[in-house]
Design a protein around this ligand. Structure first.
Ligand SMILES: [Zn+2]
Length: 80
């Protein structure tokens, strides 16, 4: 019985410059919800923050800023 090797995932790579480490995302119409806890001295502490985009979400290469939105679906499935 042989153990199967863990599969090495294909890295998302910018077809323009070859960058495979830095990417950024721009989201339109973002609603940000922030939950606060009030402390006994009247100050507030952020408990949690969430954001939801109602518009387009675009993915860009962090190096050359090429629009990589065609990879966005795959990108969003690989965020852990
Ligand atoms: Zn690039």
């Amino acid at each position: 019985m042989s153990l199967s090797q863990p599969k090495v995932a294909n890295l998302l790579t910018c077809p323009h410059c070859g960058n495979d480490t830095e990417f950024f995302e721009i989201a339109d119409d973002v609603i940000t919800t922030t939950h606060y806890i009030q402390n006994s001295d009247g100050s507030f502490t952020i408990e949690s923050k969430s954001s939801q985009s109602l518009g387009d979400v675009k993915l860009f290469c962090g190096n050359c800023e090429e629009d990589l939105s065609s990879f966005h679906q795959r990108f969003s499935e690989m965020i852990f």
